[in-house]
Design a protein around this ligand. Sequence first.
Ligand code: SF4
Ligand code: SF4
Length: 372
Amino acid sequence: MKQRDEFYEILKDPVSYGRKMKEQGRKIVGYFCSYTPEEIIYAAGAHPFRIFGTGENIHFADAHFQSYCCSLVRGALEGALAGNLDFLDGAVFPHTCDSIQRLSDIWRMNVKGPFHVDVVLPVKLDTDSARAYMIDVLKKFRNDLASHLHVEITDDKLKNAIGTFNAIRGSIKRLYELKAENPGIISGSDLYAVVKGSMMMDRDHILSILPVVIEELEKKKENATSSAGKRIVLAGGICNHPDIYRIIEEAGGVVVWDDFCTGSRYFEESIKDNADPITAIAGRYIERPVCPAKHAGIFTRGENLLKIIKEKDASGVVFFFLKFCDPHAFDYPYMKEFLDREGIPSMMLEVEDQLPSEGQLRTRFETFVEML
Ligand code: SF4
Ligand code: SF4
């Protein structure tokens, strides 16, 4: 992949990328979760920049968070308190898991400077009132953001933003499909770098380079030989570990799809045409696959995972989530039971910002892959 270095550079040093954008006069709005309406931030002329954990030791954040909060929120707060996120003009906190809600409170009281917006989305998404409530919340966010950034967010700007994000999500989905059809044409780590990079890079730039990556893979697929790796789906919340794909591949597996908010939940469901763009954006949140911090029916998440496994012809699932992530930890027994009933093997891995030793991981994956 020709653009490989560009993606890896951003993943290695997102802070420098953010600061460079700021120097170019861009307004930058940080966010933490895929329930953040990036389209509205983009329509306001600002750049939505997703913040992940630091991967470094936590010093400042431990004074505010218990050590049993997930490393994503502790790492994000650490970055802010250490001054690494000084390029942000504001931060947006959607109402999802408890940890992000508490991060919002602590951020408001301790991180100086930038504006702070809570987007209090409904939790239950399968009720009659959820859609109307979601629309109201997004309208409020539109107004709050416009007043913080001193801009007007017109319907035309929103429609343009919807077109941009639909195109980006559609391109990432196409890359996933190409990988699922011909797993050898792009490594899991490279695909991960594209998806994660797309949440931080300038969206107009990413919109222009994704078709180039797709074209390259379409050409490669003509000479591709079928991979012998066992087809695996990853499931969980956030994946912050590119190495996991390489270790799975070295153990004889291949990741053909995922159910991550740094993966398929980010690109699934495009925003439908609607005269009112806010109603259209709200519609996507109601209809797209949910994470366990939201509710859309008792069996919805399990059924979605089964659908992925069947469609992608996968043999097993690796549940992968951050330690102390309550929504996914509480969800796991039910999801595992769902798979057990269908005879689909799975394993579970809980990690911190740092992965356990590679040898230990490889042995676990090799054992799992042999079982498939
Ligand atoms: S798992 Fe859900 S709540 Fe957590 S970051 Fe992803 S979308 Fe947000
Ligand atoms: S969903 Fe889990 S990993 Fe994501 S912020 Fe909440 S607790 Fe952390």
